[in-house]
Write a protein that binds this ligand. Structure first.
Ligand code: CA
Length: 233
């Protein structure tokens, strides 16, 4: 069964481009031109992933996101939100509507396709994905939540994927390039230094109170999840 991606976008030319590129990747595509139609289409065919424009006629992308999250069938479906400017992205992020990823228009099709692929890889629909644990850290793949010592930790989507990747292979040292390929995907071109930025954010979020630093920096090699702490200092 091919995964179904629902496109919710009112710009016909963009819908055509998205459909073409997603079908080329082997996905089934459903589409809706406004927020209300999105809910109807999602009822007819439960999507495996949703590409959701923020500015839509009749019902905003934010409201669509909220409604999809309220329904049992679409509660865990990955949603990529499209916004017109980065300030909008920040605003939507701040509203914490439950999207898994955000893209600012204009974006490249390879980047979008890579993000969809990464999100689908993470989710296997209609089946519990369970949780990963490492020391006192618990990453719940269904609820998309992370806690440490029983305390909920807020992570951005990239930090969540990064932590998941490390928790799936504890103790393994990954180079920046390996993390870029595994977490961002092979088609996304970002500076290896970007990894450092997200590792720093992840480390900051995880190291609450007196917790042991679980991310080990291996000089000239990369990073690993390890209870022995940071040895580069
Ligand atoms: Ca729009």
């Amino acid at each position: 069964m091919k995964p179904t991606v629902m496109i919710v976008e009112d710009e016909p030319s963009l819908v055509t481009m998205l459909r073409y590129n997603l079908e080329k990747e082997g996905y089934q595509v459903t589409e809706a031109g406004d927020g209300e139609e999105a809910m109807t289409v999602a009822n007819e065919t439960t999507p495996d992933a949703v590409i959701l424009d923020w500015m839509l006629p009749r019902m905003s992308g934010i409201e669509v996101c909220r409604q999809l999250r309220r329904k049992a069938e679409t509660r865990n479906v990955p949603i990529i939100m499209l916004t017109a400017r980065s300030e909008e992205t920040d605003k939507v992020r701040g509203l914490n509507v439950g999207a898994d990823d955000y893209l600012t228009k204009p974006f490249s099709m390879p980047e979008l396709v890579a993000r969809v692929r990464a999100l689908l890889r993470r989710t296997k629909p209609s089946q519990s994905k369970g949780q990963l644990t490492f020391g006192d850290i618990v990453l719940d793949l269904d609820a998309h939540r992370v806690s440490r010592g029983g305390k909920y930790i807020h992570l951005g989507p990239t930090e969540f994927r990064l932590l998941q990747y490390l928790m799936e292979r504890p103790g393994t040292v990954f180079s920046r390039e390996e993390l870029l390929n595994g977490v961002w995907g092979p088609d996304i071109y970002v500076e290896p230094r970007t990894v450092d930025v997200h590792i720093r954010r992840l480390r900051k979020a995880l190291n609450i109170e007196e917790s042991v630093d679980v991310i080990r920096t291996v000089r000239a090699a990369g990073y690993a999840l390890d209870l022995s702490g940071d040895q580069a200092a």
